[in-house]
Write a protein that binds this ligand. Sequence first.
Ligand SMILES: Cc1ncc(COP(=O)(O)O)c(C=O)c1O
Length: 444
Amino acid sequence: MSNNKKILAEEKRYLADTSRVKYFDVVIDHGKGATITDADGRDYIDLLASASATNTGHSHPHVVAAIAEQAEKLIQYTPAYFANTTTAKLTQRLAKLAPGQFEKQVVFGNSGSDANDAIIKFARAYTGRQYIVSFTGAYHGSTYGAISISGVSLNMTRKIGPLLPEVVKVPFPDQNQRLANESDDDFSERLFKQFKLPFETYLPADDVALVIIEPIQGDGGIVKAPQKYMDLVYQFTRDHGIVFAVDEVNQGLGRTGKLWSIDHFGIAPDLMSVGKSIASGLPLSAVIGRREIMASLSAPANVYTTAGNPVTAAAAMATLDVIETEKLVARSERIGNFAKAFFEKAAKRYDFIGDVRMYGLNGGIDIVDSQGQPDDEATTKLIYRIFELGAIMISLRGNTLRFQPPLVITQAALESAFAMISQAFSELEAGQLTLPETDNHIGW
Ligand SMILES: Cc1ncc(COP(=O)(O)O)c(C=O)c1O
């Protein structure tokens, strides 16, 4: 039996099923840049970047050195009681990185989920209102607050209710809902009408604390809201004194070819959650927001023993150095265009490729059947074959290929990955691909 299978079989006895979405029987041993190596010594090109949590690549030497140096100095002293030199520096750096010409403050957390919980707390405290508006297809995390405002998987809400009360979900302007020949503006106006429907029927706008959105939905399929729609929603929040927050946990830090995904829209959010890649994958998150909103809670309304831990803060400082010195934001845009050209060319060649969405080095590629409908089975066959050939790529919402390599991936590695993907595409067309034998269901 391979090491991978042996470790997985043993782990399965003890690890609760809910901890992992099943994809491939692989156990990762180590990683470098955009390559990961499994317990049997097999290399894979990483097209997932730990779910967009390692934009600087695996074990970047500058980040590793910063972690080691900080660990020698001080691993942990809770920022909930005392400042430390490293986290103090990061706080200022992060506050200055968020969009908007106004004063900002920061709180730290341990995960994207708790950062989004904090956004709910701040918005309610600041406005004195209770209702939260979020979007279908959103993924904001797995704590109770974050689950309550998410709308992407039945298994996330099944059996665990009641969830947080006073949450209303409106349809995300997913391009798949666009009518034939509908312009961007018409689509935006039609979806904005749907956004307003609750407000016109049962939801008084002056009872609403917060609208929270992923400007480009990640787990919802890498789907970008149209500019006009965002402008309309943002203006609505201005007109009604509602806090406007964006979730940058997945799409932030250069992933989309801009530092923040909201930078595509020229809007400065009141609050913004950041996580995943901020510390190259160490558990750190933050909310950055308008000073007056952040001042609306008193200690200890949002403290965690390890949030803003000095080692994670050192990793974040080094991560931001790497993003700046290696110009990863521009790189994401540049090689993202190369990736876009590859997938768009493939879409012309193969009927089973539907919509291709690529924003920076960050793509969702829909796989469809002959009627243009989502084809989950073909998607599973493809990702499984790509895995066999040597690259890690997973799916989103069943029929979307998720393309999010580390932003440091080399051109050569990208070309090798595209050769594997091309081979899988042509084998699917030739009817040569089958579903994986061992797995009855893979993916969400
Ligand atoms: C947009 C978004 N927000 C929040 C989260 C939750 O972050 P975490 O898993 O670190 O709690 C995720 C995780 O995938 C995400 O994609």
